[in-house]
Ligand binder design. Structure first.
Ligand code: KG4
Ligand code: ZN
Length: 336
């Protein structure tokens, strides 16, 4: 089954063509980083406008790259939420029109479910059940995953998402937007032992997170230690990353142990982080647990992961209807 995936939940307009939920024939991502960079964050109104400009060219490019014609597409999968409503509506409305015009089924997909399923686009996906750490700009959660569409929330952040904390720390250090990748690179040049930030473990037996405290601690350190030169920036980035990564690695290994899983996955934009990949891989090897990371291009927002989920839903006979609408907030309730 050839599925066209469409993703427009935040500041990336993406389209992908995926066969049988596994084989990527094309994956196109048009980033709006240059548009939002000067504002230090995503401006929702601008994002919607840019999605409108990009959606048709991005889908056309994906179809052409896949070497197919639009007539060969069997179904459409599109991100329904969570995300920015104005942005989601562009992809969602396009998908409705495309499916209606071609007389093919279509399905709205949850963005987080997409991230969880991104590991199935890699050659050696984890067997079920496994635990997944989802780390992105909007979410930091741990799930027990029992099937492509079946998962239970084990814990999540009480305040900032880890990607959000990365972006805010980068902003405080005057490093630009989005900050995750910049901090990651800078951290490699710094000494993580020059400043020590308290590790926000909370209750070590539980799976919830808190990153706003460490973000504020970084802010206080910057204010009380002027001037902040390049070497100081690198040391702060390294110290911040070391603290965050230690907590994330500890909790996902602990979650795998609690559920008796021999496999874990780390997904979402922050899963591209080199420090995190290294720390989780090391701790998992010690615990004899195997780790699955999507390749960096599949960590950030993309439409291939949306098509992968759509394939399983369409195959199960699920369909969305013309009256369906997008949603802005996470569907599941926090675990307490
Ligand atoms: O999954 P994603 O593309 O979008 C959301 O669904 O939020 O994640 C974006 C987030 C941003 O906060 C960005 O700074 C962060 O992922 N990010 C990173 C890295 N690459 C992207 N954070 C840390 N290290 C990276 N290498
Ligand atoms: Zn995402």
């Amino acid at each position: 089954m050839i599925v066209l995936g469409i993703e427009s939940s935040c500041d990336e307009t993406a389209a992908a063509v995926v066969c049988d939920g596994q084989q990527i024939r094309a994956s196109v991502v048009a980033s709006q980083v240059a548009v939002h960079g000067p504002y230090g964050g995503v401006v929702p109104e601008l994002a919607s406008r840019k999605h409108i400009e990009a959606i048709v060219p991005v889908v056309s490019r994906a179809v052409a790259q896949a070497g197919i014609t639009a007539k060969q597409i069997d179904g459409v999968a599109v991100t329904q939420g969570p995300g920015l409503v104005g942005s989601l509506l562009v992809g969602f409305s396009f998908a409705k029109g495309f499916a209606y015009g071609h007389g093919i089924p279509w399905i709205g997909v949850d963005h987080l479910e997409g991230h969880i399923n991104s590991v199935f686009l890699e050659p050696a996906p984890p067997p079920f059940p496994f635990v997944a750490l989802l780390v992105s700009g909007g979410h930091t959660s741990i799930y027990h995953v029992t099937s492509h569409l079946g998962y239970q929330l084990m814990g999540q952040t009480r305040d900032d998402a880890v990607g959000e904390a990365y972006d805010k720390v980068a902003k405080m250090l005057g490093l630009g937007y989005p900050g995750g990748l910049i901090i990651d690179r800078l951290a490699a040049q710094g000494d993580p032992g020059k400043v020590i930030f308290t590790r926000p473990f909370l209750d070590k037996a539980r799976f919830d997170f808190s990153f706003s405290g460490i973000k504020s601690a970084v802010g206080r350190h910057i204010q009380t230690h002027p001037p902040i030169r390049h070497a100081d920036q690198a040391n702060i980035a390294a110290a911040f990353q070391a603290a965050v990564v230690e907590v994330l690695a500890f909790k996902i290994i602990h979650a795998a142990r609690e559920k008796g899983c021999r496999h874990l996955a780390v997904v979402g934009g922050v899963a591209a982080n080199r420090g995190l990949r290294e720390a989780v891989a090391q701790d998992a090897a010690k615990a004899q647990i195997s780790v699955h990371f999507p390749s960096p291009a599949l960590c950030g927002d993309n439409a291939a992961m949306v098509a992968a989920v759509g394939y399983h839903r369409l195959k199960a006979g699920e369909r969305s209807g013309m009256d369906d609408d997008v949603y802005s907030r996470v569907k599941s309730r926090p675990v307490d």
